[in-house]
Design a protein around this ligand. Structure first.
Ligand SMILES: NC(=O)c1ccc[n+]([C@@H]2O[C@H](COP(=O)([O-])OP(=O)(O)OC[C@H]3O[C@@H](n4cnc5c(N)ncnc54)[C@H](O)[C@@H]3O)[C@@H](O)[C@H]2O)c1
Length: 263
């Protein structure tokens, strides 16, 4: 069955990690017939080229989402190589600033807000002219259940992801009538590098990583009692990107196994 994504050009940020949500989304979009452009920080150059080969992506670009000049250069290459742009997945994210409020430095607040919020602002602003030309475009922002509710010790991350949900809804009202839908996904517990890092940070004294992993997805927290794979999150990205979601605009979709958003 046709996916409706055949020939669409999709740009994914933060896509270098083999087990990350970005690469999983790129893989799923590619399987659905989209032309895929991977991007990530320059430090991930080698990993990115490898990912490109693995799925036959059209381009693999170094693009720090906090740097408008790198974004503009990447969009120029996309325009030249792919002829346009239809889908943007703002996936790049940073866990900087997870921890007790009194221990989060100004530098960590800056990273959190610059990557998780301003990264999406920068790319949305820079890519909008191309997306408007598409006439049938979709932006998906990777927020988090931490953008819908809070748990303790994540103030900078929470603030950045709440703001990203706000940005999503705000842009949906401005561009929905111009053929660009803007939605967010809100994953819960996903077993990626970032998921592992957060589990490591949350370990109780003497607790093994495996026990911490099980505790964090206990039934009282995640009714499905397990972590998600990145591939499961990717399916939500494909759905929101494609024609099945043609009348969905401005939602922040939990993809979290029934997890409640907290406060
Ligand atoms: N893993 C989870 O449990 C979980 C839950 C909810 C939301 N998320 C969100 O999902 C997204 C992807 O995270 P992941 O879990 O796949 O982890 P990940 O570490 O694999 O992915 C994050 C990617 O973002 C990239 N990145 C960081 N700063 C960047 C910058 N300035 N410019 C460009 N790229 C940059 C990293 O290099 C990395 O490839 C993040 O936005 C994260 O907040 C993750």
């Amino acid at each position: 069955m046709a996916s409706g994504l055949e020939g669409k050009v999709a740009l994914i940020t933060g896509a270098a990690q083999a087990d990350g949500i970005g690469f999983a989304a790129a893989t799923a979009l590619r399987e659905a017939g989209a032309e895929v452009v991977l991007s990530d920080l320059a430090r991930d150059r080698q990993a990115l080229s490898q990912r490109r080969e693995e799925i036959g992506a059209s381009l693999a670009l170094h693009m720090d989402v906090t740097k408008r000049c790198e974004i503009d250069a990447a969009l120029e290459q996309i325009q030249q190589h792919c002829g346009g742009l239809d889908i943007v997945f703002n996936n790049a994210g940073s866990p900087a600033g997870v921890g007790p409020f009194m221990e989060i430095s100004e530098a960590q607040w800056n990273i959190s807000l610059q990557v998780n919020l301003m990264g999406a602002v920068n790319l949305c602003q820079a890519a909008m002219p191309l997306l408007l030309k598409s006439g049938n475009a979709s932006i998906i922002n990777n927020a988090s259940m931490s953008g819908l509710g809070v748990v303790a010790n994540m103030s900078a991350y929470n603030a950045s992801k709440f703001a990203l949900v706000g940005l999503t809804k705000s842009l949906a009202t401005e561009f929905g009538h111009q053929g660009v839908r803007i939605n967010a996904i809100c994953p819960g517990m996903v077993w990626t590098q970032m998921g592992k890092l957060e589990t490591e940070h949350s370990r109780l004294e003497g607790e093994s990583l495996a026990d911490a992993k099980a505790r964090l997805a206990g039934r009282d927290i995640v009714p499905m009692e397990r972590w998600a794979s990145a591939a499961e999150i990717a399916q939500a990205v494909c759905f929101l990107a494609g024609p099945q979601a043609s009348y969905i605009n401005g939602v922040a979709l939990p993809v979290a196994g029934g997890m409640a958003p907290g406060l």
